[in-house]
Design a protein around this ligand. Structure first.
Ligand code: MN
Length: 146
C-alpha cells in the first residue's frame, strides 16, 4: 500500500502529523492511539514492511479473551506516526484529538493474507492476538486468543 494514500488525505501545511518516509527493515512497533474524532475509535498500528499497518477499532480493544472487535483496515501510516499525539485541526482529515492509549512491541507468530497471529507486549494488551480478515474486505476481527 505504501504511503501515497496517507499523504493524499492530508495537508501537511495544516496538520502536525508526520509526512514520514518508508522505513527500513523489520521493526516491532505496536501502538494503539485513542482518536477522539467525529466518532471515537482506537487506531491499532503494527510495524510491517517499513510502515505501520493500521486498523480503526470502533470500541475499546479487548484485554481479555472472549471479546471480538471489528477492526477496519485503513491506510498505512509512516513509522513516526507511532509517536504522534496532538490535535488534528478542524476541517482536516481525522480532525480531533489523538493520544497514545497503549504501546509496546509485538512479535509476528504467523502472517497470512487473511490472518495474522501476533504476540503483543504492551501495557494494556499482553498476549497472543489474532486478526482475521473477512473475505475480500477491509474488515477484520481482532481478538485475544484463549
Ligand atoms: Mn483514526
Amino acid at each position: 500500500m505504501g504511503l501515497r494514500e496517507y499523504r493524499e488525505k492530508r495537508d501537511f501545511e495544516k496538520t502536525a502529523e508526520p509526512k514520514g518516509e518508508i522505513g527500513m527493515g523489520e521493526g516491532s512497533i505496536y501502538v494503539i492511539q485513542k482518536h477522539t474524532a467525529t466518532h471515537l475509535h482506537y487506531d491499532l498500528r503494527l510495524e510491517m514492511d517499513g510502515v505501520l499497518k493500521s486498523w480503526a477499532i470502533p470500541k475499546e480493544p479487548p484485554t481479555t479473551p472472549g471479546v471480538r472487535r471489528l477492526a477496519v483496515q485503513v491506510e498505512d501510516h509512516p513509522i513516526e506516526y507511532a509517536n504522534f499525539e496532538g490535535t488534528i485541526p478542524e476541517g482536516e482529515y481525522g480532525a480531533g484529538m489523538v493520544e497514545i492509549w497503549d504501546r509496546g512491541t509485538y512479535r509476528m507468530i504467523d502472517r497470512k493474507e487473511d490472518k495474522l497471529i501476533v504476540e503483543i507486549n504492551g501495557n494494556k494488551l499482553k498476549g497472543v492476538y489474532i486478526l482475521l480478515r473477512f473475505k475480500n474486505q477491509k474488515n477484520w476481527l481482532f481478538f485475544k486468543k484463549k
